[in-house]
Design a protein around this ligand. Structure first.
Ligand code: ATP
Ligand code: MG
Length: 420
């Protein structure tokens, strides 16, 4: 009896030469975690694919959907695993083709991969092809551009058969590109930006700035829901929350109205860089898109960027809003991001924010503040929430115990607390 399994295809990993084994292992580890809720029993390599098997075959379809969301996965096929028995794999091909919702034309594509199976692929094509022609007399064989290709893959000991695949998100396995700290609002853009960098293999550590105690903590709960929605991608192991309402109030009282937003961002970037030092992250990520709102002009981006020394990645800088919205819908964050929650962005907002901040004015205004003290205090009230599902995320304390000089001023491990 054939069993249902997931065959997981990847391509970029194939390009990585000597790193290939490491990348494959990482993808396998990530898939084991992502597929655990579906009762996966094993994920292992077979001839250029990863194979996932399950205790309960009725979970395979949902598991395939989850696997498709894991970075590094190019395609997922729900396949039937058969013995090297002609009658068995021909029957499996009939089952697989019968499950394709609608088609007029098909072809068979047999492949062999380091197999002990004696039959040539031409013979396998002919054999399976004639079984399918008999079972589907009103469908046509088409060698170029058929609606469906039935793949028959003979490996050592087994034959896998599938007639359809779903597209995966592509990219690289999470954990293959180090760690980044992402400035994570409850808006549409930053969750998408975070996901994009995660898809390129980075472990993402989001930091959310809330307006507490000047606003409620609604945005803090909302970002947790957004992080959970991103869960299947396996890119986030910990979220930091930093309440900056009181600092915003100090800023609002001390600097010209129009410069408030730039100043809030200069505070956020510095705190985020502090978190990056705590976490050993090597870059910051934002959801900025050129010209989208007042704060995202070149002048303002420069006025904020200059306060940090880490590279700042802005994966959406050239994207249109509609493209970002479509991506947010695809990754499951859009509905959450459009629900109402006051966050620090709406707090003490000037009526006319500066769109082209002049750096000299910004420096002059900032001289009215003790920015270093604010950053140190903000880092001392950091809270965090841990999430399951990102096996490549390593908590920072071990690193800092060895290299306590990396910890930013004002920050103490004892002060950091899980969000209750
Ligand atoms: P988003 O949809 O991500 O909120 P936005 O279009 O609202 O972005 P801005 O408010 O100018 O744009 O924010 C630009 C970027 O600054 C955000 O994408 C995010 O990376 C960061 N940012 C803004 N507000 C916060 C916040 N409260 N906490 C963490 N990061 C923030
Ligand atoms: Mg926003």
């Amino acid at each position: 009896m054939p069993t249902r399994v997931c065959l997981i295809h990847y391509h970029e990993i194939g390009l990585k030469g000597k790193n290939r084994i490491t990348f494959e292992r990482r993808l396998r580890d990530n898939l084991e975690v992502a597929l655990a809720p579906f009762g996966v029993t094993h994920v292992g390599r077979i001839s250029g694919h990863l194979l996932a098997t399950f205790a309960d075959e009725s979970r395979v379809a949902d598991a395939a959907g989850a696997a498709a969301r894991v970075p590094g996965v190019a395609r997922v096929s729900q396949a039937l695993r058969c013995n090297q028995d002609e009658a068995e794999y021909c029957a499996a091909a009939i089952t697989a083709l019968g499950e394709v919702p609608s088609f007029e034309t098909f072809k068979v594509h047999a492949r062999r991969s380091s197999t002990n199976y004696p039959l040539h692929t031409l013979d396998m094509n002919r054999l399976v092809g004639s079984a399918l022609c008999e079972a589907f007399p009103d469908k046509k064989v088409l060698m170029h551009g058929p609606d469906v290709t039935v793949v028959v893959l003979a490996t050592q000991g087994d034959v896998y058969v599938y007639a359809s695949s779903q597209r995966g998100v592509g990219g690289l396995p999470v954990g293959s590109a180090g760690k980044v700290v992402s400035l994570f609002s409850s808006g549409i853009d930053s969750p998408v930006a975070t996901w994009m960098i995660g898809r390129r293999g980075a472990v993402c550590v989001p930091v959310h700035f809330s307006g507490r105690p000047q606003t409620s903590d609604a945005s803090e709960w909302l970002v947790q829901d957004i992080v959970r929605a991103l869960g299947p991608a396996g890119i986030i192991g910990r979220l930091y929350v930093c309440p900056i309402g009181d600092f915003q109030r100090q800023i609002a009282l001390a600097v010209p109205n129009k410069l408030r937003v730039v100043m809030y961002r200069r505070l956020m970037f510095r705190v985020a860089e502090g978190v990056a030092r705590i976490e050993g992250a090597k870059a910051l990520v934002t959801g900025e898109s050129l010209g989208q709102v007042a704060s995202q002009t070149l002048e303002n981006i420069n006025a904020v960027n200059e306060v940090v020394s880490l590279p700042v990645f802005r994966p959406l800088i050239g994207s249109d809003k509609q493209e970002i919205i479509e991506r947010a819908q695809q990754i499951g964050t859009f509905d959450l991001s459009t629900s109402e929650a006051p966050d620090c962005c709406t707090l003490f907002m000037p009526r006319k924010p500066e769109t082209h901040a002049r750096i000299a004015e910004v420096h002059e205004a900032e001289a009215q503040l003790d920015m270093d003290a604010m950053v140190a205090e903000a880092l001392s009230v950091l809270e965090y929430v841990d999430f399951e599902g990102c096996p490549s995320y390593h908590r920072p304390h071990a690193l800092r115990r060895v290299q306590s000089s990396l910890a930013p001023a004002g920050w103490h491990e004892d002060l950091m607390r899980p969000r209750g």
